[in-house]
Write a protein that binds this ligand. Structure first.
Ligand SMILES: Nc1ncnc2c1ncn2[C@@H]1O[C@H](COP(=O)(O)OP(=O)(O)OP(=O)(O)O)[C@@H](O)[C@H]1O
Length: 254
């Protein structure tokens, strides 16, 4: 189990003067939804939490060690990132791509073991792409590629998932399946931080919410406190109506 914390973290968004310092504790078992309009800094935050981008100020800690003091390999053994944009530039099959998830655990010239193959094959089954195993990733549809990216992180089996719009390109069935997978990861003691544009997925699946505003302000806390029509209307500058379905709020733009 791993805990990711931030201390007085201000993310480095170009041309933004300042922002609310973030003091977050991402605990095992939690599912965080990061919400905010385009350009608010969701991806920047996710990359900063992954140690891929330096903060403007403050710090990110993995189990109390500053992320900046850790070797990349150590970080990759604990943190998995589902990127929003991907460069699938060299030819690789779906299975080969999923196996990349094991690389943080292999030494320089070490080949993947049969246990690594088993993990990758199980991940392909879980993401419903086992039948595509030998296909080149470059030949896949957008939704299929998205599921390869998720399968790669599932193969990595990190304690902390950082996922940038994990339901991007997915049809309704696969959106639900992926959110259920995230919830399942949290239930098994992992933690999940997701950037989302779909308020209703956040309302249904996230227990902690972080709202990012275009001016750098931020609010965070339990879903019940932050996912209200008033808060979200101000965040998105969009009027909303709320209905309740199966005990969860559903936000509809009006
Ligand atoms: N390398 C860069 N140079 C200049 N501006 C940048 C750079 N990277 C990010 N930005 C700007 O920083 C801001 C935050 O970008 P970011 O991608 O984090 O937003 P986001 O909330 O994830 O947006 P979206 O909802 O559109 O995905 C945006 O205004 C973006 O244009």
């Amino acid at each position: 189990m791993s805990i990711l914390t931030t201390q007085q973290l201000v993310i480095d968004v170009p041309n933004r003067l300042s922002g609310t310092p973030l003091n977050l504790t991402i605990q095992p078992g939690q599912v965080w939804g990061v919400l905010g309009p385009n350009g608010a800094g969701k991806t920047t935050l996710l990359h900063t939490l992954a140690g891929l981008r330096a903060p403007r100020s403050g710090s990110v800690h993995l189990n109390e060690a500053p992320l900046a003091s850790l070797r990349r390999r150590q970080v990759a053994q604990a943190l998995g990132v589902v990127f929003q944009e991907r460069m699938d530039s060299f030819p690789a099959t779906v299975l080969e791509t999923a196996l990349i998830g094991r690389h943080p655990f292999l030494s320089a010239w070490q080949r993947e073991s049969s246990a690594d193959y088993t993990l990758a094959e199980q991940a392909l089954v879980r993401l419903d792409i086992a039948s595509l195993s030998e296909r080149l990733v470059s030949t896949l549809s957008g939704g299929e590629r998205q599921r390869v990216a998720l399968a790669t992180v599932l193969t990595q089996a990190p304690a902390i998932w950082l996922a940038d719009e994990p339901t991007n390109h997915l049809d309704l069935h696969h959106q639900s399946a992926v959110m259920a997978l995230m919830a399942e990861q949290a239930a098994s003691g992992k933690s999940v931080v997701m950037c989302l544009h779909d308020l209703n997925l956040a309302a249904r699946w996230c227990d902690q919410i972080l709202l990012l505003y275009p001016n750098g302000e931020a609010k965070w806390g339990p879903r019940e406190r932050l996912l209200t029509a008033g808060t979200l209307e101000a965040l998105y500058r969009q009027r909303l109506t709320v209905v309740e379905v199966n005990g969860a709020p559903v936000f509809v733009p009006i």
